[in-house]
Design a protein around this ligand. Structure first.
Ligand SMILES: Cc1cc2nc3c(=O)[nH]c(=O)nc-3n(C[C@H](O)[C@H](O)[C@H](O)COP(=O)(O)OP(=O)(O)OC[C@H]3O[C@@H](n4cnc5c(N)ncnc54)[C@H](O)[C@@H]3O)c2cc1C
Length: 393
């Protein structure tokens, strides 16, 4: 049996930001991760970082490679009915965003933690949490038993943490959506300098950027559509159609490296704290990826969790733990709303849905308003670039 201040389950963005903050502050923590280090460093997922996330990484010296290899973005493009317009969020709210693949950020954070002497265990299949409501929650794995002051459940939507809290102590909000995404990664230089969100004749089509030679694309599909229905030829022809503009813009094609169907879901667990056990990131909430918010939200939670833990360990002050859930959930619900606002604007209902024609007209009206109203653009911009973090860390 060993003591540690904080047991961290999961080495995704939430767990790693928390662990690095703790290490920097001289607070002992142990991270346990189910997958191998190589797996974590190669898992392709998010890529758009809000300004508050980048500033945080900068302040702590974790943004070196991001600044050198990432791409700074000042605006985004929207398309509908063959038209296109640019939303210059830097001009609107004075802030920019960065594109940097999640796996690269995860890799940087693992390196920083390991080089700083942090303790992290990979390929741990059997992490379990115990005595969560007590002052000494425990984290066990293999032969190890860690008695902790706080346990942080940062193991994503499919980890053990989300379901470790007795269901009577939680309220779960869960909504499946009428659409999914075919997510495609292709070895081709981007055909755009900025992210493109398009409402095409068959629904949403998105062109995201990853690196100068790799691009990300998304296409709307029915939920649970088998990927076998999406041959490479079909993917490219739907992308050409969905992203087409009247002004002759062209899409470059390249070998498809990866494609899969992404389920769209909104999910929130309340509260995010149970005694000394705190949930952070996807373990507590999921948003449809259209607003590109999940990773940013996970990192924002980690900062609040860190602040609450410091107050507890420095002075026995539990006020941070008490406020943890409400503080995080304020941002979570803002992001839920913004992500769904974007999702409904850009994803028509299925062809056989009785409200499809109505919803499509409404989406078009929203896009037209967004194209022409600075007031509407400003609300988009302020949500998109991200609100300041709730704590100063
Ligand atoms: C296609 C797609 C595109 C996305 N695009 C964006 C975007 O552009 N911007 C954005 O902000 N977000 C985006 N997201 C969401 C983002 O990837 C997640 O919200 C983010 O990874 C959440 O971080 P996390 O640390 O909470 O969880 P995770 O990244 O899921 O990390 C959890 C970790 O816990 C580990 N784990 C799981 N179970 C256990 C266990 N039992 N024991 C120990 N460890 C365990 C996992 O292996 C993993 O390493 C996207 C997601 C998808 C699927």
């Amino acid at each position: 049996v060993r003591r540690t201040a904080v047991g961290v389950v999961g080495a995704g963005p939430a767990g790693l930001v928390l662990a690095n903050l703790l290490l920097e502050r001289g607070i002992h923590c142990v991270v346990v991760e189910k997958e191998s280090r190589a797996h974590c460093e190669q898992r392709v997922r998010a890529g758009l970082l809000e300004e508050p996330t980048v500033s945080l990484l900068d302040r702590h010296g974790w943004a070196g490679r991001l600044r050198a290899e990432g791409m700074e973005h000042r605006g985004t493009e929207l398309r509908y009915e063959g038209r296109r317009f640019r939303l210059d969020y830097q001009a609107l709210v004075g802030r920019t965003m960065w594109v940097y693949p999640q796996q690269e950020l995860v890799s940087d954070l693992i390196t920083s933690f390991v080089e700083g002497g942090g303790e992290i265990h990979f390929e741990v299949p059997d992490a379990a949490v115990h005595d969560l409501a007590s002052d000494r929650p425990r984290l066990t794995f293999g032969e190890e038993e860690l008695v902790c002051d706080v346990v942080a459940g940062c193991d994503g939507f499919f980890g053990i943490s989300r379901t470790a809290v007795p269901s009577a102590a939680q309220t779960v909000f869960d909504r499946h959506h009428e659409f999914g995404w075919v997510a495609v990664l292709a070895a081709v230089a981007p055909s755009t300098d900025e992210i493109v969100y398009s409402l095409g004749p068959h629904g949403f089509a998105g062109h995201m950027l990853r690196t100068p030679s790799v691009s990300r694309f998304y296409l709307q599909c029915p939920p649970g559509d088998p990927i076998e229905r999406w041959s490479d030829d079909r993917v490219w022809s739907e992308l050409h159609l969905g992203l087409a503009t009247d002004d002759g813009w062209t899409l470059r094609e390249g070998p498809i490296l990866e494609k899969n169907v992404v389920e769209m879901r909104s999910h929130v667990v309340e509260p995010m704290r149970f005694g000394r056990f705190l949930l952070a990131g996807d373990a507590a909430h999921i948003v449809p990826p259209v607003g590109a918010k999940g990773m940013n939200l996970a990192i924002a939670d980690a900062c609040v969790l860190f602040d609450a833990t410091c107050r507890l360990l420095d002075a026995g002050d539990e006020s941070g733990l008490d406020a943890y859930s409400a503080t995080c959930l304020e941002r979570v619900w803002r992001v839920q709303d913004f992500s769904m606002w974007m999702a409904w604007m850009l994803h028509p209902l299925p062809v056989d849905h009785p409200d499809r024609a109505y919803a499509l007209r409404r989406s078009t009206a929203q896009l037209r308003y967004l194209e022409t109203s600075e007031a509407y653009q400003r609300q988009f911009a302020e949500n998109y670039v991200g609100f300041p973090l709730a704590v100063d860390v």
